[in-house]
Design a protein around this ligand. Sequence first.
Ligand code: CA
Length: 231
Amino acid sequence: MAKKILVVEDEISIADNITYALSTEGFESIYCATGKEALEIIKNKDIAIAIVDIGLPDINGFDLVRQIRKNSSVPIIFVTARSDEIDRIVGLEIGADDYITKPFSPRELTARVRAVLRRTSNEMNKSAESGNVPHTHFQLDEKRLVISYHGKPLDLSRYEFKLLSVFVRNPGRVYSREQLMSLVWEEPEMSLDRTVDTHIKTIRQKLKSIRPAEEPIVTHRGLGYSLKESS
Ligand code: CA
């Protein structure tokens, strides 16, 4: 499954160079020239990284990233030609993961993209591996591979167990289907996004059979799935 990279850049020649460089490394890129389009695309597609030019025609890149951050934690790489902009990126907590200065070589760009992807997926794995279960109605027994809910052990398949473990360790955190695939499935490229939905559905049914009155505990939040924090 090729990772989708969003390129937000109004200068066509630069955008062409970026998308070409990404394609040679096996990334699929989606291109747009305005912040408005970028917000739409991030809302509707599973974007692995957004590469954002700071000087856009309708909004500046800083404001765009602030808007993106209201709903999405997609990694962001800024593109800039100006040193005063670099100062802002570095000095302020704008929520970008990296930046690249014009002019840049295709190799430099793809190296940045790979590094950011590696870093963000490591962080995700780390938080999924830490044994701490925050305060919920779930208990995770890693040695016996059992998850209990309200004290009752759940009868889960292997993938259901692995999926629910990710949520139980990180309640409230939203995972896209693609992230769940790569965290849980051994050969994510062999499976379909729909597989995640199917397993979530059966997990919900099993949780509901224990607490029928409650709304689904694993919720869909537009961006992906998360475990609703229990009160
Ligand atoms: Ca520009």
